[in-house]
Design a protein around this ligand. Structure first.
Ligand SMILES: Cc1ncc(C[n+]2csc(CCOP(=O)(O)OP(=O)(O)O)c2C)c(N)n1
Length: 483
């Protein structure tokens, strides 16, 4: 990434994981140490499993059994497939209806990615819809930001207050909480503003980097106080952008094992089939970048395949994972699926009707069937319980490790330690003239001593732009703390 190191960048890397761009910081941390810790009946993986994968042009490969680890514990439920399909179709139709009402937007991606979106938000991710800023939540970034109705539908079903029915109905309207591309400062629950393709996956790399750094610095053998995943959906367009390759190269270099990216491999972009200009083998490229790569061949209805891929991804702890999910853009639309016409335009009333017939959807626009609503409603209590559990853990951690807890808290809230500015060097008119980059380096190094959240980056230029933090190690793959 061609950005030179700066204080702004450095602070951003850590605070992006923790500080909302809107609202107050009061919900980031518990105010009290006493919380009930409910128990969970989350399904634990106990057995090994095999996943079949094909390289883009090759034959099927059966992967060796992958050892399941404690990290693969998820919120799996024994939901019947019929209800899952109903939920997935709810997501599809919320997207179809919102785009139709606005007569503007991108229905194709949400229709194709609804299955993976459903599984992520309903079974896999840990979050608290009533406190989108809970620190140890899993992060989700929609790098293909044009498909934002997917994200809004998921936030709506999960119970986030920012996306109510009326917000879906005002999709893409001035001042709404549901702008045409996700904006984290508008919609609590959206982690990262996306739209420029490739930017989201680059931000996801930053979020996963922050998690790895904070975990290395603050986790103790008896307390993994920092422990969350970063998930991302990127499309063909993101893959085409250079920034995604640069950022993903770093992710592979750093071995960001808690970064799991889904590549929506639908072969369609704005102008038509990707055959026009994009025929590279992303699987082998990502393998070369140091990623673990899995191919889910049926992203439209292969729920178990997607589940197995996520489990496998979680069991690979020393590499980020790319799950290539082959989907059909506009899945369910009889005349527009698998074509560019469903990428960025409303289906039109005739095709909406045909899609309703095809998917067996008898409901009014924006309707969420009661059983789907009731199924998703558990996330409010479960999310509160996740947070309460973590709060209790943090209270325990604070008793045992008060210094580390105070430091982590300051990083999470973005509050600088009292008197931090006294660490800055002072200059007078009599001070000798010096290059601004040298003065910058003096200041950066002074601040590094008092701001534990400071991380810098330099595009292979630190010895020239003087951004090296002298008493701090470079960020290594085997990271075990900052100093
Ligand atoms: C950097 C950048 N270049 C161009 C665009 C314009 N653009 C928006 S969506 C899109 C095509 C994306 O294709 P894909 O990722 O396959 O999405 P899908 O067709 O599956 O919805 C393009 C080129 C953009 N948003 N950002």
């Amino acid at each position: 990434m061609a950005s030179s190191s700066s204080l702004t960048l450095s602070q951003a890397i850590l605070t992006r994981s923790a500080i909302p761009r809107h609202g107050s910081t009061q919900n980031l941390l518990p105010s009290s140490a006493s919380f009930a810790i409910p128990s969970f009946s989350g399904l634990k993986s106990t057995s090994s499993f095999t996943v079949s994968r094909r390289c883009a042009a090759g034959a099927a490969i059966t992967r060796l059994p992958v050892r399941a680890s404690a990290a693969v514990e998820t919120l799996e439920k024994t939901t019947d497939t019929e209800l899952i399909e109903k939920s997935v179709n709810t997501i599809r139709f919320l997207a179809i209806d919102a785009v139709e009402k606005a007569n503007s937007g991108h229905p194709g991606l949400p229709m194709g990615c609804a299955p993976m979106g459903h599984l992520l938000y309903d079974e896999v991710m840990r979050y608290n819809p009533k406190n989108p800023y809970w620190f140890n939540r899993d992060r989700f970034v929609l790098s293909a930001g044009h498909g934002c109705m997917l994200q809004y539908a998921l936030l709506h079903l999960a119970g986030y207050d920012a996306v109510k029915e009326e917000d879906l109905k005002s999709f893409r309207q001035w001042g709404s909480k549901t702008p045409g591309h996700p904006e984290n400062f508008e919609t609590p629950g959206v982690e990262v503003t996306t739209g420029p393709l490739g930017q989201g996956i680059a931000n996801a790399v930053g979020l996963a980097l922050a998690e790895k750094h904070l975990a290395a610095r603050y986790n103790k053998p008896d307390s993994e106080i920092v422990d969350h995943y970063t998930y991302c959906i990127l499309g063909d367009g993101c893959q085409m952008e250079g920034i995604s390759n640069e950022a993903c190269s770093l992710a592979g270099h750093w071995g960001l094992g808690k970064l799991i990216a889904f590549y929506d491999d639908n072969h369609i972009s704005i102008d038509g089939d990707t055959e026009i200009a994009f025929t590279e083998n992303a699987d082998t490229r990502f393998e070369a970048l140091g990623w673990h790569v899995i191919w889910v061949k049926n992203g439209n209805t292969g729920y178990d395949e997607i589940r197995a891929a996520i489990k496998e991804a979680k069991s690979v702890t020393d590499k980020p994972t790319l799950i290539k999910v082959t989907t059909t853009i506009g899945f369910g639309s009889p005349n527009k699926a698998n074509s560019y016409s469903v990428h960025g335009s409303a289906l039109g009333s005739k095709e909406v009707e045909a899609t309703r017939q095809n998917l067996g959807w008898p409901y009014e626009p924006f309707h969420v069937p009661d059983d789907v609503k009731s199924h998703w409603s558990r996330h409010t209590a479960e999310g509160a319980a996740f947070e309460a559990e973590w709060n209790a853990k943090f209270a325990e951690y604070s008793k045992k490790y008060p210094e580390e807890a105070a430091e982590l808290k300051s990083i999470i809230t973005g509050e600088f330690p009292a008197g931090w500015e006294k660490a800055l060097p002072t200059y007078t008119p009599e001070s000798p003239a010096d290059a601004t980059r040298n003065l910058s380096q003096q200041n950066l190094n002074a601040l590094a001593k008092v701001l534990p959240g400071l991380i810098g980056g330099s595009a292979d230029l630190a010895s020239s732009n003087m951004t090296l933090l002298k008493n701090v190690r470079r960020f290594p793959k085997e990271h075990s703390g900052r100093t």
